[in-house]
Write a protein of this length. Structure first.
Ligand SMILES: [Zn+2]
Length: 221
């Protein structure tokens, strides 16, 4: 997980809900910060001043929607990569609550990036650009040391990011929960397990034929 993003979420949580030392933010505080109603009917925005706890993200912004009874506040945390993490709140007269069906959890761990299929392989926990770059490196045999899971049933490969717990991953192609842990060495060609089995059988048949030919020669007709 991104520690800068985590720190920003913790900061925002204290800012909104307060802690032992200071009260939380009220809807009146938000109105004062964004300049409502002096600056118009909204929606209105306010960027939090830079603080040590926010040094790991680009910005934290509050967006205030004074005319919407269901959703009044959107907190936007923009991380280092420019991804925006949005959380939704409404003021219930006492504190901030999360409108039904919206996201209000002030945690970044929930932000999981799903499977991306690039070429023949799957990539888990990577943003699109990184997945594409890694796929290219794998194709060229250059991604040495990259960790991946191999499905012994269907041959799918899942390259995963350091934030992913690989033991919990299920094959995205066939649903097999038992995947093999692998490290890319650039040597192994992609091999279909059925193809591998067929090759093994062909080799076995050749060995038997050779043995029979040998025995025939040895023992005579
Ligand atoms: Zn599979």
């Amino acid at each position: 997980m991104d520690p800068g993003l985590e720190a920003a979420f913790r900061y925002v949580e204290r800012f909104l809900f307060g802690d032992a030392n200071r009260p939380g933010l009220t809807v009146y505080d938000v109105e004062r910060l964004v300049g409502y109603p002096a600056k118009g009917e909204g929606p209105l925005s306010y960027t939090l001043p830079r603080a040590q706890a926010l040094s790991g993200v680009q910005a934290v912004r509050l967006h205030y929607y004074p005319k919407d009874p269901h959703l009044q506040l959107i907190v936007e945390i923009e991380d280092r990569e420019g991804r925006k993490h949005l959380r939704h709140f409404r003021w219930n007269g006492f504190t901030w609550e999360v409108p039904e069906g919206k996201r209000g959890d002030l945690r970044s761990t929930e932000e999981s990036l799903g499977f991306l299929k690039v070429g023949e392989d799957y990539f888990l926990g990577f943003p699109q650009e990184e997945a594409k770059a890694l796929e290219e490196a794998v194709r060229k045999g250059e991604a040495l040391g990259a960790k991946y899971l191999l499905c012994p049933r269907c041959g799918a490969r899942v390259f995963y990011a350091p934030s992913v717990r690989p033991a919990e991953v299920v094959c995205p192609r066939c649903g097999n929960p038992t995947l093999l842990f692998k490290t890319f060495s650039g040597l192994e060609p992609v091999k279909d397990p059925l193809e591998a089995l067929a090759e093994e059988q062909r080799a076995l048949r050749r060995a038997i034929e050779e043995l029979l030919a040998y025995l025939k020669r040895k023992l005579g007709p």
